[in-house]
Design a protein around this ligand. Structure first.
Ligand code: ATP
Ligand code: MG
Length: 722
C-alpha cells in the first residue's frame, strides 16, 4: 500500500504534490496550459480514495467532456490498481442527469424522462412560436431558443424574464419560454439546460435531498472551472457549501465559452467565496516546446484582463512554428493534407495529428481532400452519426419504450416505417391524450376509445401497439439494450422496410443501425449492474451525441478549437488564420476579441512539439468570395519564433518571398490610398463606392450590382479608382 502511495506521488512536482495531498477545505489551482492541472485532479481523486478519506463513490469529479471523464476513470483505476465501478467522474450534464434519474419524481417528472438534444429543443421552440402566431422568419426558433437557454444558464425563470421585458423580441422570448416549459413537463422531457436547472431546483427545494448528496459527495473536484456558468456554480455551491471540500482547477486564459453563459468571474472570485482557500500555482509546463509556449504567452499578453502566468518547460526550444500562406481554402486543405501524408509516411501515427479550425463549416474542404487521399480521419464534436434519420428513429423507439409519455418520440415512430397511421389519426390520438390527461401510449393502446378514429386507423394502431407492448414487457424485464434494439428493429418492420428499398442509401442506413447495435452491445458489456440500463444508455447517447464522438485509434482528428480544450497532440495544424475567420467576424469588438484570443491560446497550447498555422488569401464564406487579411493573432507571435513563407502573387507570381520583406513593403494602414465616398471598380464585383477604411489596409466597399458590402485588402484586391 505504501508502495502505491509512493507511485501515486512519484510523477509529480512539488506544488502538484501539495495540491494532490491537500487535506480538507477549499482548494484553488489557477495555472496555465499543460501545467498538469488535470493530472493533479486525477491523482488527487486516487489519493483521496487510497488514503481512506473517501470511498471511490464518495468523490464527485467533474470533467469538461465525456472523453476526459473516461480518461480520468481509466487513470484512477490504473493508479489504484483495481476496477472501480459507479464512480461519479463525469460531465456536469451527465452528473445532473444521473442525480435526476433518482430525484426527478419530486419535480413532477418520472424517472424515465427523455433528454432532448439541441435539434429537438429547437423543434419544440418552433412549435411554441407557431402556436403563439409569431412569424418564425423574423424571430427564428434558433434565436429564441438561444435566449431561453441563456436565461436557464443564469437560473432565470420564465417569470423572471417576463418581468424585465424591454422589446418585442424579449416579450416573445418570455412567452415562448413559458409555453416551452409547460410542454416539456407535459412530455416528461428535459433539454440540456434543464438538467442543470432541475438539479439545482431539487437541491434547493428539498433539504433532505441536499443533505443526502452533501454527505454522499464528501469531496468535489472540478476541472476547467473557468468555463462554468451560473447554474453550474450554484449546483456546486449547494453540494459543497457545507463541508467546503471543493477543489477547482482552471486557467482564466482558457475561458472560451462565455457565449454559452460561462462566467469567468466564478474562478476569479473563488477566493472571495472561500477566503481560506489554499491556492496552488503551477508554472512548469510538461506538454510543449519552449517555442510553442513563448508564442502562446506572447499572444495572450495582448489581452488586458488576463492574470499574468509565464510558463516554462524543460523540454527545450524545439522547432519554429510554421506559418504558411495559401491562395484559397482549397490549396490550404491540400497543403495541410499533404503535410499530414508526409508525416504518416515518416512513421508518425495518425492519432498524434490534429487539425483545428474556428467554425465547423471549415472542415468540409479538408475532409474532401482527406477522403481523396484515403486518409482515415474523425471529426470530433461534429457528430453526424447520431443525427442520421435512422439512428434517431431507432433511438426514438427505445425512448418511447422507456417513457410512454414522450409525444415527440411517439409521433416520430408511429408511422415509421409506414403502417397506415396517417397524420390526422395521429393528431386525434395525441389530442385525445392531452384532453384526457393520459399518456399518448395509453391513448394509442385503446384506439377504439378515441373519438372519430376510422376503422382502418383503429386496426393500424392496435397492431402497432401490440408489437410495442411486447417490446415494452421485455424492456421492463431489463433485457440487454443490444437485444432490445435488435428486437425493435426487426419486430417493428424497420429492417424489412429498408431491405425492401434495395438502394445503396438503404444499405448505408442498415450499416449505421448495425453500428448502433454494436454501440449498445459495448454499453451492455460495461454497464453497472443494477442500473436501469435502457435509461442510462439513452442518457449516454444523448450526451455523447451532443459533444464528443467515440474514440477511434489510428485516425487523424479534426475539430473546432472549442472542442480541443484540455486535449493534446504531438502535431497540430490550425487553419483559417484570417481576420474575419479567426478572430471571427462577429467578434471584432473589444470584449469578444479577447475571448477569440484566448481561443488562440488554447489552440496553440494543444501542440506538443510541432505546430503549423495557415491562412488563405481568399476564401468562400457563405457562398461569396472574400479576400482575407492574415489574422492579427499571427502578427502577435514574435517573428523569430516562426518559419514564415508566403506566395506574393501581386508582384512575382508564384515566387516565394520572405515574410519580413513583404511586411516591410506593405503600406502602413494610414497610407491606404482611398477615401470614404470614392467611386471604385473591382475586376469581379463591378462598380462600387468606398464606405469605410479599416486598420490593416482594408477598404470596405459597397457594390452597386447586388448591394453587398465587402471588406477587401486595398493592396491586393483588383480595384481601380474612378
Ligand atoms: P490544460 O490547461 O491544457 O487543460 P493541464 O494543466 O490540465 O492542461 P495536463 O493535461 O494535466 O495539463 O498535463 C499536460 C501534460 O503534461 C500531460 O501529458 C501530463 O501527463 C503531463 N504532466 C503533467 N505533470 C507532469 C509531471 N509532473 N511529470 C511528467 N508529466 C507531467
Ligand atoms: Mg486540463
Amino acid at each position: 500500500a505504501a508502495d502505491r502511495l509512493e507511485e501515486l506521488l512519484a510523477g509529480l512536482n512539488e506544488p502538484q504534490r501539495d495540491a494532490v495531498t491537500h487535506g480538507d477545505g477549499p482548494l484553488l489551482i489557477l495555472a496555465g496550459a499543460g501545467s498538469g492541472k488535470t493530472r493533479v485532479l486525477t491523482h488527487r481523486l486516487a489519493w483521496l480514495v487510497h488514503s481512506g478519506r473517501a470511498s471511490h463513490q464518495e468523490v464527485l469529479a467533474i470533467t469538461f467532456t465525456n472523453k476526459a471523464a473516461q480518461e480520468m476513470r481509466n487513470r484512477v483505476e490504473l493508479l489504484l490498481g483495481r476496477r472501480t465501478r459507479g464512480m461519479w467522474v463525469m460531465t456536469f450534464h451527465a452528473a445532473c442527469a444521473r442525480m435526476l434519474r433518482a430525484e426527478a419524481p419530486r419535480l413532477g417528472y418520472t424517472r424515465q424522462f427523455t433528454i432532448y438534444d439541441q435539434a429537438d429543443a429547437r423543434r419544440l421552440t418552433k412549435r411554441c412560436l407557431e402556436e403563439l402566431n409569431v412569424d418564425t422568419k423574423r424571430f427564428t426558433p434558433a434565436a429564441v431558443h438561444n435566449q431561453i437557454s441563456d436565461a436557464k444558464n443564469k437560473l432565470r425563470s420564465a417569470d423572471d424574464v417576463r418581468e424585465l421585458v424591454g422589446s418585442r423580441f424579449e416579450e416573445i422570448v418570455g412567452d415562448v419560454y413559458d409555453a416551452y416549459e409547460r410542454e416539456m413537463l407535459r412530455m416528461n422531457a428535459m433539454d440540456f439546460d434543464d438538467l442543470l436547472v432541475r438539479a439545482v431546483n431539487v437541491l434547493e427545494l428539498f433539504d433532505e435531498v441536499r443533505e443526502r448528496y452533501q454527505q454522499t459527495f464528501r469531496y468535489v473536484l472540478v476541472d476547467e472551472y473557468q468555463d462554468t456558468n451560473h447554474a453550474q456554480y450554484k449546483w456546486l455551491q449547494l453540494l459543497a457549501g457545507e463541508h467546503r471540500n471543493l477543489a477547482v482547477v482552471g486557467d482564466d486564459a482558457q475561458s472560451v465559452y462565455s457565449f454559452r453563459g460561462a462566467d469567468i468571474r466564478n474562478i476569479l472570485d473563488f477566493q472571495d467565496d472561500f477566503p481560506d482557500a489554499a491556492v496552488v500555482k503551477l508554472e512548469q509546463n510538461y506538454r510543449s516546446t519552449q517555442t510553442i509556449l513563448d508564442a502562446a504567452n506572447a499572444v495572450i499578453r495582448n489581452n488586458r484582463g488576463q492574470i499574468a502566468k509565464d510558463l516554462w518547460t524543460e523540454v527545450g526550444q524545439g522547432d519554429p512554428i510554421r506559418v504558411r500562406e495559401l491562395d484559397d481554402e482549397r490549396s490550404e486543405a491540400r497543403f495541410v493534407v499533404g503535410e499530414v501524408q508526409r508525416l504518416i509516411d515518416e512513421g508518425v501515427s495518425r492519432q498524434e495529428i490534429a487539425v483545428f479550425y474556428r467554425t465547423n463549416a471549415q472542415s468540409r474542404v479538408i475532409e474532401d481532400v482527406l477522403v481523396q487521399r484515403d486518409i482515415g480521419y474523425q471529426v470530433v464534436g461534429g457528430t453526424k452519426f447520431y443525427e442520421r434519420a435512422e439512428i434517431k428513429d431507432a433511438l426514438a423507439y427505445l425512448t418511447l419504450l422507456g417513457n410512454p409519455q414522450d409525444v415527440v418520440a411517439f409521433t416520430r415512430v408511429a408511422n415509421t416505417p409506414r403502417r397506415g397511421i396517417g397524420q390526422t389519426s395521429m393528431s386525434r390520438v395525441t389530442a385525445f391524450a392531452t384532453a384526457m390527461d393520459m399518456s399518448v401510449w395509453d391513448a394509442a393502446a385503446n384506439p377504439a376509445a378515441v373519438p372519430s378514429l376510422g376503422a382502418a386507423a383503429i386496426k393500424a394502431f392496435s397492431r402497432f401497439m401490440g408489437t410495442m407492448e411486447g417490446l415494452r414487457e421485455r424492456a421492463a424485464q431489463g433485457v440487454p439494450v443490444g437485444d432490445l434494439l435488435e428486437a425493435v428493429l426487426h419486430e417493428t418492420g424497420y429492417v424489412d422496410a429498408l431491405e425492401a428499398e434495395r438502394t445503396f442509401e438503404a444499405q448505408g442506413r442498415l450499416e449505421n443501425l448495425t453500428e448502433l447495435v454494436n454501440t449498445a452491445r459495448e454499453f451492455d458489456a460495461s454497464a453497472d449492474p443494477g442500473e436501469d440500463t435502457l435509461d442510462v444508455f439513452l442518457q449516454q447517447v444523448a450526451l455523447v451525441a451532443d459533444a464528443d464522438t467515440r474514440e477511434d485509434e489510428g485516425l487523424v482528428t479534426l475539430m473546432t478549437l472549442h472542442n480541443a480544450k484540455g486535449l493534446e497532440y504531438e502535431i497540430v495544424f490550425i487553419t483559417g488564420f484570417e481576420d474575419g475567420v479567426f478572430p471571427h467576424s462577429r467578434a471584432l469588438d473589444e470584449g469578444a476579441l479577447e475571448e477569440e484570443r484566448r481561443l488562440c491560446y488554447v489552440g496553440i497550447t494543444r501542440a506538443k512539439r510541432d505546430l503549423t498555422l495557415s491562412y488563405a488569401r481568399q476564401r468562400m464564406v457563405f457562398g461569396s468570395q472574400q479576400y482575407g487579411l492574415r489574422s492579427r493573432f499571427l502578427d502577435e507571435i514574435p517573428f523569430e519564433l516562426t518559419d514564415r513563407e508566403q506566395t506574393d502573387v501581386v508582384r512575382q507570381p508564384g515566387a516565394r518571398v520572405s515574410w519580413a520583406a513583404s511586411r516591410a513593403d506593405a503600406p502602413p494602414p494610414e497610407a491606404v490610398d482611398f477615401r470614404i465616398g470614392q467611386d471604385v471598380a473591382h475586376a469581379a464585383f463591378g462598380e462600387g463606392v468606398v464606405t469605410g477604411i479599416e486598420p490593416g489596409g482594408i477598404v470596405v466597399i459597397r457594390f452597386a450590382r447586388d448591394g453587398s458590402e465587402r471588406k477587401l485588402m486595398a493592396e491586393y484586391a483588383p480595384i481601380t479608382r474612378r
